[in-house]
Ligand binder design. Structure first.
Ligand code: GAF
Length: 377
């Protein structure tokens, strides 16, 4: 049944419209967003769809196909951080933030083809789709940068996830055929053409599900804030002399975190430069940057996981140009870059490496830079 037909069957009237927000793959720039740094994500074709209509009884009614059609119903006036929790916290948090803009009751029916916990930003996509729907239903005229901040605040304050601004911006502001170079301090964003001619971007869901509310993410963020404080800079973005900063830090773990953030920002700039140049074939150099990012996330930031390391190693051995874990880490997906005529071989090698270890087979998607969030009907 279509989402519109299901909404109509449940509510006895059709939805006002349907909205969709995509997930993202971050080409490069991991754990830099909350350090006021640079990121280079692109939106993908997989995403979250919401059919919605206004209600005049002040209730927020949330229903998700992925949650087995279970319904969460709460008065908008009674929303409080943590209540409701689980998946419903993301749309509810957005409604809570939008109360100040006049948003009241609504019914939302959610569907997603973006896997949850795969590091492809399913929570942000859900929040962004709900935000677009609620803003349209109540005529709230927020621009995309403001809306991204609002959805991030909803995640931080309502759902308890201390995320940065990467995922919401990617979902709301990316353009088809482009990655988005985002300066997370200023909010300035530049679409950078991401031509994939002759290249394949492969996302391997390692099937090790992550939950960024588990504590490892918040711990990394706290270490970065502590290091910035010790170095006397507002954020690690402001570290310009890495050797001097490392010499000034008392703690080996903090030195590794800072080294990752500073070098990762440089890799984002290098990747954007390669794509902007568009002269010749950037594939090999881009791939090398991805692999360097992965090594840094594994060895310095310590957020990789065994399946991700095996995926990257097996892919490189089979001729991939590069690869890296994407998202917050501790589980989720890996991005591989391969020449298209090598892609099948690369994926076969990854599957064989999993089979050899007795691991559940990974799921692979070929992705291309897709459009950002929008109203569909
Ligand atoms: C998660 C967070 F939600 C982002 O804000 C970002 O920090 C990312 O991890 C790591 O780059 O996706």
């Amino acid at each position: 049944m279509s989402l519109i037909a299901e909404f109509t069957a449940v509510h006895g009237r059709p939805p006002s419209a349907v909205w969709r927000a995509p997930g993202r793959v971050n080409l490069i720039g991991e754990h830099t967003d909350y350090n006021d740094g640079l990121v280079l994500p692109f939106a993908i074709g997989l995403g979250v769809t919401v059919a919605a209509g206004r209600r005049d009884d002040g209730m927020l009614e949330l229903r998700s196909r992925q949650a087995g059609g279970a319904t969460v119903a709460v008065p908008v006036a009674g929303l409080e951080p943590g209540r409701p929790g689980g998946w419903a916290a993301y749309p509810a948090g957005v409604a809570w933030m939008l109360r100040d803009h006049g948003v009241r009751g609504a019914s939302l029916l959610v569907d997603a083809d973006l896997p949850q916990g795969a590091g492809l930003s399913s929570s942000a996509a859900l929040g962004c789709a709900a935000a677009l729907a609620l803003c349209d239903l109540y005529g709230v005229g927020l621009g995309r940068p403001e809306l991204a901040l609002l959805v991030q605040q909803a995640e931080n304050r309502f759902a308890g996830m201390p995320c940065g601004i990467l995922d919401q911006t990617a979902s709301l502001r990316c353009e088809e055929g482009h990655a988005l170079l985002l300066d997370c301090r200023s909010g300035a964003a530049e679409p950078v053409p991401l031509p994939l001619a002759g290249l394949s971007a492969l996302v391997v869901d390692t099937r090790a599900a992550h939950a960024l509310t588990d504590g490892g993410y918040a711990a990394r963020r706290a270490q970065c804030e502590r290091a910035a404080g010790l170095l006397g800079v507002p954020a690690l973005r402001d570290v310009t002399d890495l050797p001097a900063a490392l010499a000034a830090l008392p703690d080996a773990a903090l030195r590794r975190r800072v080294a990752h953030v500073v070098t990762e920002n440089a890799r984002v700039e290098a990747a954007a430069g390669l794509l902007r140049g568009a002269a010749g074939d950037p594939g090999a150099r881009l791939g090398a940057l991805l692999t360097a990012s992965h090594a840094s996330l594994r060895d310095r930031y310590e957020v990789s996981w065994p399946e991700a390391d095996v995926t990257v190693a097996a892919a490189l051995e089979a001729g991939a140009l590069g690869g890296r874990m994407v998202g917050g880490g501790f589980g989720g997906s890996v991005l591989l870059l391969a020449r298209t005529d090598r892609a099948d071989q690369v994926l076969a090698a990854v599957r064989a490496a999993y089979a050899g270890r007795g691991w559940e087979p990974p799921r692979a998607h070929r992705v291309a830079p897709a459009a950002g969030a929008r109203r569909l009907s």
